[in-house]
Design a protein around this ligand. Structure first.
Ligand code: EPU
Length: 341
């Protein structure tokens, strides 16, 4: 069924808790309803499809239609040592992680507690603790608005990268609606516990003795420790991406860090990924506020709206102030991970 509500309050559809409205809110239950939803959306000047709004900042009331998929189904295609899951885009990623890990299936446990829905998680290639959605997404079913039909994209056509995919590429912006995702998970143990914080938790344990639920719970505990609880403190998770820079830029930052150790990850392409959290902390922003917007005290990559009083402009003012400090001190331009609408 397609439901339409005009002049709709989006407070419950963005984890930043911005009190913004859209001209029309359209929800649907089945991919077959997408053409009808698009027809209703076309009566307005623009439209956008959202998941649970966990990576969005609405900058003002939206004069268009906001589309949302309510489908939350999951089908299992059982193979000898693995299972192909066919999952509707509207399922909460964390629910999927819980369901599969409770069944002893491996592959999604490191993605525990990430807010958001499966479709959006694939579009932005959500990732954490050494895992990414794109590693598991074998086939993505997306409605192509140009062709007016669903296309099936195998993993190698999705161009998954750091917090990006083909569906998010500027030339495809707004073209596809991901409505179903096929994810491959395993019945045999294949823990991925190389991420330092996870390695520490399981020190001394035989990886073959672990269960996916144990790894999921360890990931959830690490997240609880570092990140604000999305149910209590509004935010959109990491506000900035970790900058990926040339080696010369990294060397320059090391020099500017006056003796401090700069954590980094070497990438395959010879570039270096630097934690934005570290750059922001060095600029003194950890736990600081600018008006009602606050930098999270345990993870300065996260901007929060603790009292639900911040307007979009307050969040953007803090974003700009942080980015200006990092640019001035280290010569590195931070790019927001959060998408502005
Ligand atoms: N760090 C600091 N100060 C802090 C926290 C971190 O300097 O207060 C430095 C430390 O050197 C630490 C490094 O930052 O080793 C990395 O920190 P962390 O492991 O928390 O990861 P991150 O790079 O800051 C990324 C993702 C998170 C994801 C974690 C774990 C991005 C933009 N963010 O953060 O994703 O949970 O790794 O894999 O890549 C999200 O996207 O919303 C998100 C929370």
């Amino acid at each position: 069924m397609v439901s339409t509500i005009d002049n709709y309050d989006l407070s419950e559809h963005n984890t930043f808790g911005m009190k913004v409205r859209c001209a029309r809110f359209l929800e649907y239950d089945r991919p077959q309803e997408i053409p009808e939803v698009l027809r209703l959306a076309a009566e307005l000047p623009r439209h956008i499809h959202i998941g649970s709004g966990s990576n969005l900042l609405f900058t003002q009331d939206y004069d268009g239609a906001v589309l949302h998929c309510r489908a939350k189904g999951i089908k299992y295609m059982d193979m000898i040592d693995r299972v192909n899951l066919v999952v509707d885009a509207g399922m909460k990623l964390d629910d999927l992680v819980r369901i599969t890990t409770d069944q002893g299936l491996w592959g999604l446990e490191n993605l525990a507690s990430i807010p958001g829905e499966v479709g959006a998680a694939v579009v932005q290639n959500a990732g954490a603790y050494g895992a990414e959605m794109g590693y598991r997404a074998m086939d993505v079913h997306a409605f192509d608005k140009q062709l007016g039909d669903t296309l099936y994209f195998p993993q190698w056509d999705c161009d998954f990268g750091y917090r990006t995919s083909m569906f998010k590429a500027p030339e495809n912006k707004g073209r596809y609606i991901v409505h179903t995702v096929e994810l491959l998970v395993y019945k045999f143990p294949c823990p991925n516990i190389e991420y330092p914080a996870l390695k520490k938790v399981f020190e001394g344990r035989d990886p073959k003795s672990l269960t996916p639920a144990e790894v999921r719970d360890a990931v959830a505990a690490i997240r609880r420790d570092k990140l604000p609880d999305p149910a209590v403190v509004p935010s959109a998770g990491s506000y900035f991406k970790n900058p990926v820079v040339d080696r010369e830029v990294y060397d320059r930052v090391v020099a500017a860090a006056s003796g401090l150790t700069l954590p980094h990850y070497d990438m395959e392409n010879g570039k270096v990924k630097i934690p934005a959290a570290w750059l922001i902390e060095q600029c003194g922003w950890k736990g600081k506020s600018l008006g009602p917007a606050t930098v999270w005290h345990n993870q300065p990559l996260v901007i929060t709206n603790p009292d639900r009083k911040a307007q979009p402009a307050d969040i953007i003012a803090l974003e700009r102030a942080i980015a200006a400090s990092v640019l001035e001190r280290f010569g590195i331009e931070l790019t927001p991970e959060v998408e502005k609408v």
